[in-house]
Design a protein around this ligand. Structure first.
Ligand SMILES: [Zn+2]
Length: 351
């Protein structure tokens, strides 16, 4: 959920950089920011890298003033996932803090397994305690660094944490370069599509739950009257589920055209391997090209050409039938004689 590249001051005690896109910020090659903090104040997300002189630096972007995000104040820091995730806990009283840290570690493992490695060297995870028993909607921010802000209920239960999908969704956002607003549907679509798939590989979602979610959810991504294609229709349905529909259609076609030897997984892993993560910005053409090169079939570019500027629907009735998935009165059943049954089975198997 949430948007990428939020370029403003966010939340309590967090400083976020101004953006290179902001017309009010002059382009500077190098700037130093010195900050004195009292000994009781912790700093998280600051030491992103070191410059040649060994000084700790936050941003290392081209000509702009892009910086990742840091938190200051009475925060407690913990490093998880082999140092890939720096957790900064804001002041507050989360009752079961151990369960929260386990949830972060588990979510990181799910994403790590899907991508064959954690997709970004380091992400700052800002945990903001809020009243309640649930995990709230998170926000992922990029630009020469990565940070995820997520509100967590002070009385959150281990069950709510076990069932949570939000943090995996946000972590999946770190595995794609920042795209322009026009292509926001691909950012949300990939996260919406990959999150349940990755959790199913880890055994946190059953295949029945995954297929039920998709059979029920995917129709929300179809174009309705007046639709102008994914690039030009900024509704909730087209952004999240329309993007997921693009991913599903492409994934199945890649698998069909490669005899199930390649899939969307190969494409997204290749994007990360080419340095494509949320700390950088890429044009969508580069994302699609790198992905297609990894699968050996130009499915991403072809699917984009069909769906970007036209109200192209996906024939879901036919697709579910070819995959051999049926949903009747809330119950999922399978037809193993369906032409794509083996593709369906392999999709939810651990990688
Ligand atoms: Zn999202």
């Amino acid at each position: 959920m949430g948007s990428h590249g939020t370029r403003s001051l966010v939340a309590l005690g967090v400083i976020a950089a101004a953006s290179a896109c902001s017309p009010t910020v002059p382009a500077v090659r190098k700037a130093s920011v010195a900050m004195a903090v009292p000994p009781t104040t912790s700093v998280a997300g600051w030491s992103y890298g070191e410059d040649a002189g060994g000084k700790r630096v936050m941003g290392q972007s081209g000509g702009g003033f892009d910086l990742p995000y840091a938190a200051f104040g009475r925060i407690r820091r913990t490093e998880l996932a082999q140092g890939h995730v720096e957790v900064a806990m804001f002041p507050g009283a989360i009752r079961d803090e151990k369960a929260v840290l386990e949830w972060v570690e588990r979510s990181a493992r799910v994403v790590d397994a899907f991508y064959g490695g954690f997709p970004i060297p380091r992400v700052l995870l800002l945990v903001q305690p809020v009243p309640g028993r649930r995990v709230g909607f998170g926000t992922t921010m990029g630009s020469s660094g990565a940070a995820i802000e997520v509100p967590v209920g002070e009385d959150v239960t281990p069950e709510a944490l076990r069932d949570d999908w939000m943090l995996v969704h946000e972590m999946v956002h770190t595995a794609l370069p920042d795209l322009t607003r026009t292509h926001h549907w691909l950012e949300e679509g990939l996260a919406t599509y990959i999150e349940p798939l990755a959790r199913s590989h880890a055994g946190l979602v059953t295949p029945n739950e995954l297929w039920r979610e998709w059979v029920v959810g995917m129709p929300q991504g179809q174009p309705s009257a007046g639709d102008l294609g994914l690039d030009r229709t900024r509704t909730w349905g087209r952004t999240y589920w329309g993007g997921a529909l693009f991913c599903l259609a492409a994934d199945i076609e890649i698998r069909e055209r490669t005899n199930n030897r390649r899939s969307l997984v190969d494409a997204v892993r290749a994007i990360v391997a080419h340095g494509g993560n949320i700390s950088v910005s890429w044009p969508i053409e580069k994302v699609l090209e790198v992905g297609d090169a990894a699968t050996g079939v130009p499915v991403l570019r072809e699917t984009y050409a069909r769906m970007a500027t036209r109200p192209e629907a996906v024939d879901l009735t036919r697709l579910w039938s070819r995959l051999g998935v049926r949903l009747e009165r809330g119950n999922v059943s399978y037809d193993d004689a369906a032409p794509l049954a083996s593709i369906r089975r392999s999709m939810t198997q651990p990688l």
